[in-house]
Design a protein around this ligand. Structure first.
Ligand SMILES: Cc1cc2nc3c(=O)[nH]c(=O)nc-3n(C[C@H](O)[C@H](O)[C@H](O)COP(=O)(O)OP(=O)(O)OC[C@H]3O[C@@H](n4cnc5c(N)ncnc54)[C@H](O)[C@@H]3O)c2cc1C
Length: 355
């Protein structure tokens, strides 16, 4: 059986980002890498969006960037503009294609379907796969999106709609998200923050159909692409031994209050590759104790008072666009944190602190 210097378990976003960075930094010239990935073929399966608060390696996979975004609640609408940190969407199909093409040129990189096909005893292992089943009774962000194409130019493709709470909440937190890729093409998602046991929230097709017809006023459309997902808004326990580094969602890289993970994965990747020769000896990368604490309190409020959330989100977005973007992208300073925290309903948050 073959031995490898590095093994990546899971060739998804985190696994392939790491393999790509190792390759372009010339770390795989005289080292071998095995990627364990069970999928039969790579195709577009997700759209990764985020505020670009630092440069990344996948600018050529960006479908579109926006400088303007809106949030809508029954209290009103607010538009924010930011030229410094555009919001970007990445086509996962292009991302997989770019990376796999690059890796295919290096004979030191090999794909396997199962870890049992190789000898990983002496390898440094990067794991992006959750251990066991995750708890469905905890809080998740679950959603379904469709990319629709319409015959007439209708969308304002200069503005994305980050959260539209003007929809049925069913005693949970629910919003729609619209990314207009062009004047006649948009990704529209229905998103819930709830546990995963309540099947009644998962009539996503019907939710999307009604929203597109009644809220967007669109009758005729074709569906180009569909994506569906559930992101745990908790960090499950990690595999921990002296030769495994956990990466991606399974490595705690999801920002729990938002579900954003893509750019955190890129930052972690940079950290790993920069320190590859001492990675097991140095501090484990994390998103910062400050955000872990604030998100924990925020999610407690969300679970206890889902009905308050549209207003809470709306108030958060009343700050400057720089402040809210940096806060949600884990790049805020203490003044920006205070600015956001001061907009929260005090009593509810103080109570959540002691729960
Ligand atoms: C539909 C969807 C949309 C998302 N949109 C956004 C977004 O807009 N912005 C954002 O920041 N985040 C988003 N996320 C969250 C996060 O960025 C993604 O889930 C991202 O793909 C996480 O990367 P990962 O490598 O941890 O997991 P994955 O990309 O899921 O990779 C894990 C890989 O492991 C493989 N695998 C599974 N079981 C095994 C096994 N037993 N052995 C080996 N390999 C295995 C899988 O096939 C997969 O390729 C989204 C998530 C989903 C599901």
């Amino acid at each position: 059986m073959n031995d490898f210097d590095y093994v990546i378990i899971g060739g998804g976003c985190a696994g392939l980002s790491l393999a790509y960075k190792l390759e372009i930094s010339n770390n795989l010239k005289d080292k071998t890498l095995a990627i364990i990935e069970p999928r039969k073929q790579y195709k577009r399966d997700k759209t990764w969006s985020f505020w670009k608060v630092f440069n990344h390696n996948f600018e050529d996979c960006v479908i579109k960037s926006w400088n303007n975004f809106t949030i809508n609640t029954s209290e009103g609408s607010r538009e924010l503009i930011n030229k410094k940190f555009p919001y970007q969407s990445i086509d996962s199909g292009k991302f997989y294609e770019k990376i796999n093409l690059k890796l295919s040129k290096n004979p030191n990189v090999n794909f396997f379907k199962n870890l049992s096909e190789i000898n990983s005893e002496n390898s440094l292992i990067f794991n992006s796969v959750f251990e066991g089943e995750l708890d469905k009774s905890r809080l998740w962000q679950h959603f379904q999106g469709i990319e629709i194409e319409i015959p007439k130019d209708t969308f304002d493709d200069g503005i994305l709609n980050l959260m539209d709470f003007k929809c049925d909440q069913r005693n949970n937190v629910h919003f729609f998200y619209t990314l207009p890729f062009s004047k006649n093409k948009a990704l529209i998602e229905t998103t819930w923050l709830s546990n995963l046991n309540d099947q009644s929230l998962m009539d996503y097709d019907l939710q999307l159909e009604n929203y597109i017809k009644n809220n967007l006023g669109i009758k005729n459309y074709e569906i180009n692409f569909k994506e569906k997902g559930a992101i745990p808004l908790f960090h499950p326990s990690f595999k921990n031994d002296d030769k495994t580094i956990n990466i991606g969602s399974a490595g705690g890289l999801t920002r729990l209050s938002t579900g954003y993970t893509f750019l955190n994965i890129q930052e972690h990747t940079e950290y790993i590759v920069k320190n590859i020769n001492k990675i097991k000896k140095i501090k484990t990368f994390n998103l910062g104790k400050k955000y872990q604490f604030l998100d924990k309190v925020f999610l407690r409020v969300l679970e206890k008072h889902p009905e308050k959330m549209p207003k809470i989100f709306f108030n958060m977005f009343k700050t400057s666009s720089n402040t809210i973007i940096k806060f949600l992208s884990n790049k805020s300073n203490v003044y920006e944190d205070i600015n956001i925290i001061s907009r929260m309903p005090k009593l509810v948050f103080i109570k959540a602190l002691f729960n």
